[in-house]
Design a protein around this ligand. Structure first.
Ligand SMILES: [Zn+2]
Length: 318
């Protein structure tokens, strides 16, 4: 009788669980548990770990200029970013009440031992650092006007860090010119520029002889401070460095600490200040170029969507 029924209605007599479905279910449960654990870990990290994204830009180009006649030249400069997009990104951060932290502030409040207590007005604020390498003329022609515009619109001063090669100040380049000393002084005097070192002549510090290394580090500081003479009584200019090409090693470490309080990399990593802190001569920076949309940069500034969501719902002390 059973055989008859099995033959007649086979689908009713199929076993509910085959070895295959059990394996699939187990795999599904494992993956679910894995992603849930990951999500919880990320949520805990978002609540406990202070994150200060440090963005590394280079040249800033006007989209109109690029369309007109500079397209062929500009397309060679892969690290640049559009002025219009930069304005939209910075405006998002201003509207979201970010604190545009300077190199000295990051050092004072997070890196020095012991560090200074965080001023109460910044305690619940989201933090970000915006940096520009190589001291191109566009930090004056295309960036400064954005910063002034935002100040007029929102009454807020956006401070940006410029990592300068003092050996090239005011030089004309084949494709891109460098800002001159007067332009750097103007942005500094207006309170927008945090002027720091990028080595004297943009040499790879890990490949040059010791004597040249010492000169690249020391002379960069002297010349940068010469340019801002009379404007910087506390000697903050040239106290921090971004390594050219992000290149640094133990040998460089020995010399860099003679002149500088902190050093910045260029490695597409976000700065996280966990329980053990961070090596102040290996501060990571996020690369920013035309491949990054305004929305993507804004999400990166918030430390990703999950962190952004958690921090928008809860007041977390940084
Ligand atoms: Zn550079």
């Amino acid at each position: 009788m059973r055989n008859f029924l099995v033959d007649k209605f086979p689908r009713y007599f199929k076993p509910v669980f085959t070895i295959g479905t059990i394996r699939k279910k187990r795999l599904f449960s494992f993956l679910f548990a894995f992603f849930l654990t990951l999500l919880i870990a990320k949520a805990i990290e978002a609540t406990l770990v202070v994150q200060i994204p440090v963005f590394g830009f280079h040249d800033i180009v006007n989209i109109q200029d690029t369309k007109k006649n500079l397209l062929s030249l500009q397309s060679e400069v892969k690290s640049d970013y559009y002025q219009q997009d930069l304005e939209a990104f910075l405006e998002n951060l201003v509207r979201d009440k970010y604190w545009f932290i300077s190199t000295q502030e990051l050092y004072d409040y997070y890196l020095s031992k012991p560090h200074k207590p965080l001023p109460p007005e910044h305690r619940h604020q989201k933090k970000v650092m915006i940096t520009f390498d190589d001291g191109y003329k566009s930090v004056y022609t295309n960036l400064l006007p954005i910063l002034e515009k935002l100040e007029n619109k929102y009454g807020k001063k956006v401070k940006v860090v410029l990592f300068i090669n003092p050996g090239f100040i005011g030089r004309r380049g084949k494709i891109l010119d460098k800002a001159n000393c007067q332009e750097l002084r103007e942005g500094f005097q207006k309170g927008f520029y945090d002027l720091q070192s990028h080595g004297l002549n943009h040499e790879n510090l890990t490949t040059i002889p010791i004597k040249a290394l010492d000169r690249e580090l020391g002379q960069a500081q002297i010349q940068l401070r010469k340019c801002t003479q009379g404007l910087d009584p506390n000697g903050i200019v040239g106290s921090h460095i971004a390594y050219p090409y992000g290149a640094v090693n133990k040998e460089v470490d020995k010399y860099v600490s003679r002149y500088y309080l902190s050093g910045y990399l260029y490695n597409s990593v976000s700065l996280k200040l966990g329980f053990f802190g961070v090596n102040r001569y290996r501060i990571p920076r996020l690369t920013a170029n035309k491949k990054h949309s305004v929305q993507r940069l804004t999400t990166m500034a918030a430390g990703g969507w999950l962190r952004g969501l958690i921090r928008s719902k809860f007041k977390v002390i940084e």
